[in-house]
Ligand binder design. Sequence first.
Ligand code: BES
Ligand code: MG
Ligand code: ZN
Length: 494
Amino acid sequence: MAHLKKVQISKRSWEEIQPDLLGLGIFEDSKLSNFQKEVDKKCGGCISDRISTNDFVGKKGKTVVLYTTGPARRILLVGMGKREKFDLEILRQTAGTAVNIAQKNKLDSLVMEIPGKEVIGEIRLASQEFVEGLILGSYKFLDYKSDTKDETVLKSVTIINGASRSGVGRGCAIADAVCFTRNLGFHPSNVITPSRLATEARKIARESGMKCTVWGRDQFTKKGMGAFASVAKGTSEPPKFILMEYQGGKKGKAPFAFVGKGITFDSGGISIKPSKSMDEMKFDMSGAGTVMGIMKAIGQLKPNLNIVAAIAATENMPGGRATKPGDIVKAYNGKSIEILNTDAEGRLVLADALAYMSKNYKPRYIVDFATLTGAVVISLGHRASGIMGTDEKLIDALKKAGEITGERVWELPLWDDYCEDVKSKIADVKNIGAERQAGTIAGGAFLKEFVDDIPWAHVDIAGTAWWNKDLPYIPAGPSGVGVRLSLELLNILK
Ligand code: BES
Ligand code: MG
Ligand code: ZN
């Protein structure tokens, strides 16, 4: 993986620094700030020229690179749209766009002030989000390319004219964790196996003094995780149940819990998927990736909270010993499950992980992340994650965190009538809902059976965890969604 590693705050002026590339965010009203006016003046009026000729009017996302004979060799103008509409999302996008242009021009450094900081007001948050936009926008996955000499990744960005040191530090830690999550999504299933996820979890734990426990097939089966075990039956790749515990709050204080779906490859099992695009199902561990990214960031930020995480990791494969449609298994909380479709495996592995967390930690809140249903991609596309849950305060906080981070969520109802759809005729529940109806809700309704009375929310990231479209700070591929959302959530609920 490659991404920008060095973001520094400088007290020096742009003239002293003499940047190769100076980035400026320009509003659509074309009113320059005092700083921008000064740059314009010292660079021969090249900015106001562009504006007065209507060549560049500050439309959102539009860019132009100007060559000057002034103290900055090149000036990059990035349009930020209407001043009244400016928010943290446009701030992050402006940062990402500036980095993209710098990298396309094969430059390895960029100097910028935080664009629109006078509009945002909160300098700490603006600094954090700006840095996240910079680092996330610079991300490239180059691990399997032998020849990367034509690939430029920015070496440094210098922030001038004021920034918050703690905001920048927080932004670096979080963006680094998101890049880690993206990597896990990009790597193929022969590399990111359940064992590899366990190794990465142990590494995060070791680096930051957390506890990490890993159970193999025999251990979690013996503990009663019959639903998880049933999914793992078809694969000879060893499955792992991974637990991470961070103690930043008082001993014994109820923790926040995160749970991730860690299907390192989803072939569908005996209810096998069509071969077209099956390769994409390497990303079916994205929920686990998100949870690991959250814990990686937690290890750096060290909040005064107790946080626990569980990941149920396995391949979902057909095989001589694989679970067959119609099989009935027993989950950790004692409920019997009729498995009518082995491709609805995510909810099976989550059932045991959720039940385990509810019973053994009695968390304040549980949030799970999973690429659970194709149906959520139909209803929300790639723009928002589907959420459901049992606690209004938690759902509201998730919505608020979504607005702040740009990782938007949309709530779907978990009404009792929907919950009826997952009742089985011969077992307690079945792992599919009503045929071709409300598939995402059926997933949530099933999971609800395994969380006891703990306030819980389920985030279906099947649409948001991956998109084959380049966005300003989310290049095509895995997005790392959920990490920034969760850290903001903790901030709101702490
Ligand atoms: N991992 C898939 C969900 C998925 C599908 C994510 C497409 C991204 C794109 C999940 O395990 C699955 O196969 N779900 C089934 C459930 C169905 C059998 C009830 C689905 O969505 O088709
Ligand atoms: Mg499946
Ligand atoms: Zn799946």
